[in-house]
Each structure stands twice: as structure tokens, then as C-alpha cells.
Design a protein around this ligand. Sequence first.
Ligand SMILES: [Zn+2]
Ligand SMILES: [Zn+2]
Length: 358
Amino acid sequence: MTSALGEAARPAEIPATMLAVVFTAQDAFAVQEVPTPRPGPREVLVRVRASMVCASDAKILAGRFPATRFPHVPGHEFAGEVAASSDERFAAGARVGVEVHVGCGTCDRCREGMYTLCLNYGKRETGHAHVGFTIGGGLAEYAAVPIAALHELPEHVTFEQGAWTDNLGVALWALERGRIAAGETVIVIGPGAIGLCATQLARALGAGRVTLVGRGNRLSRVRDMADEVIDAANVGRLRGAADLVVEFAGTAEAARDAIALARRGGRVVLGGATGNGVELSGVDLSTIVRGNLDVLGSLANPKGVSGRALALLAEGKIDVTSLVTHHFPLRSFAEAWRTFTERRDGAIRVMLHPRAES
Ligand SMILES: [Zn+2]
Ligand SMILES: [Zn+2]
């Protein structure tokens, strides 16, 4: 037993060590036995059931996140069941999805609900955590997760669907930034996982016509998720066509297209270029100024938006299952990683299963 804020006890069935993916140093990883994490104050131990990799993990491995210290257990898109807890709301056995930004709770941004912009980023002693980035994550059998990052999974949402908790929130936040309204014409640029979540959410929120813009053989997999799917090379005919354009491609070209495709008075939400170093040029400012455009940046998923996205998932309005193109047991991480980073066979998301027996 524990005190209210104390460490959760480790039930007898939880092993002292666990299998985990470890980024041992820049550009080096291994799947190895490590000590099972002990949840600290205001944390629970989650037994991971489904966990995905994304492009952010590649940036972490490449050493492009200064706040990440090696060796590091990555993983920030996951769901599981609470295995040890001293918190009534998330007791042992609770099924949870994880969002990754945990604010300090006291800085000016956190007080506004914008804990994704916490002024104490990376300062663990303030309570800030970025799950899978500044603290260990869910590419492991267990993860110690701050309670503030947990969402209880609705009854009919599976662990595999719940692993999308963070991604769905990111996509929904971008649409809400753009003040999506029923019946509107929406264009989503970028057919990766987040763009495809945004495409489906736009439909679920009542958009009139949703067009997905992208390149590559991934497009053929996702034709049903939008009213129209077009190659980025052919976007010219959509100039000025959209009430709302949402960009999740991360390139300057995609941002230029996004601004060009909005109608006068429309909204443009840029969500893809989350890393430094992508510069925007080649935009006639009159397109923005005389077009009276709202051009907005959108980062991550503040204000509990992931919880609301789960409600839409529970209603069956979004298909994330078909976005998971490959499944692997956790111990086969190396193969999963190659499949994802090389986009083998049109890979969108690959999912790791810590408890798979094979
Ligand atoms: Zn991610
Ligand atoms: Zn803060």
C-alpha cells in the first residue's frame, strides 16, 4: 500500500526486469532486458499492450532532440492497462491511452491549458514530462506514466485503437485551430498517419467535401478516407478552393501549397514542420494579406483534446485500424523499424506488441 502521493507498490506479478527498446546512443539501438520502471509520485505503471513508432522516434535516435538523454527507452504512441497505481481514478486494471505532453501545471501556459507549450519543458523537477522524449516511453513491456497523460479508453476502443490517443488529438487540435464548420470544403495535405486522422476527423465533424493531397504509394491505400485523393503534383486546379487547409506534410512546398489552396478569407493550419530548419519562401504576401487569410501554426494536443478525439473513435467515426499496416512482436523491433523508416510496402504505421508470444 502507499500514501496518496507516494510511489505505487510493485505487485508481486510485476517482474523486476522487462524487455524494452533502448536507444543506447545516437544512431544505435537494441532490444534488451532493463529494470522495470518504478512509478514516481503522480505516476502509474502501465503494462503496454500496443505501441507504435513514428518519425519523431527517428529524430530522437538521430540525436535531434537535445532534451533526450541516451540511453533512452522511446515510444509515445501507446496504450495498455494500469498494472500498479495509487490513484483512484486510474486503478490497477484500468485501460488507458497516453497523450505525451505533461505540463508543470503552474507556469503561465499551463494555467491556460496550453501545457504543450509549458515554460518548464524538460525540467522534470517541476513536474514537466514529455513521455517517450524526456522520460522513458512505451516501446517496452511497462512504462511509468504521469497520471496527467492518461485517458481512460472508452469501452469499445481496443488497445490497438487506443495507441492513437495522442495522434488523434494532434489532428483534432489542428482542425479546431482552423475553426472547422459543418459543410465546409477542407483540404488536408500529407497522407501520413496524422494527416489521415485529420482527413477522417474532418468528415466526422461534418465537413462538406474533404480532399487529401499527397504523394507516393501510400495514397492508394487510403482512397476511401476522403471524398477525393489527388497527387501533390496536380494541386494547381484546387487553388483558392478550400475554406480550410490543414497541412501535415512538414515541407516548405506543402506549406506554400496550403496557403495557395485556401479561398480568400479562409484558414490555413500548418502542423507538419515540427522540427527546426524548414524555411518558407516563395509566397506572395498579398495572398495572405489581401486574401485576409488566417495562417496558423498548430503544435501537438493541448487542453485535453485527445480525450475528445477518443469519444469520436468510440463512436466508430474514425478508422485507425487500417492505418496500422504492419504488426510485430516487440522483440522484432529492428525489423519493424526498417519497415517503418524505409516505408516498405507502403507502411503508414507499424505496431509493436510487447506481449506477443511469437
Ligand atoms: Zn509520434
Ligand atoms: Zn508549465
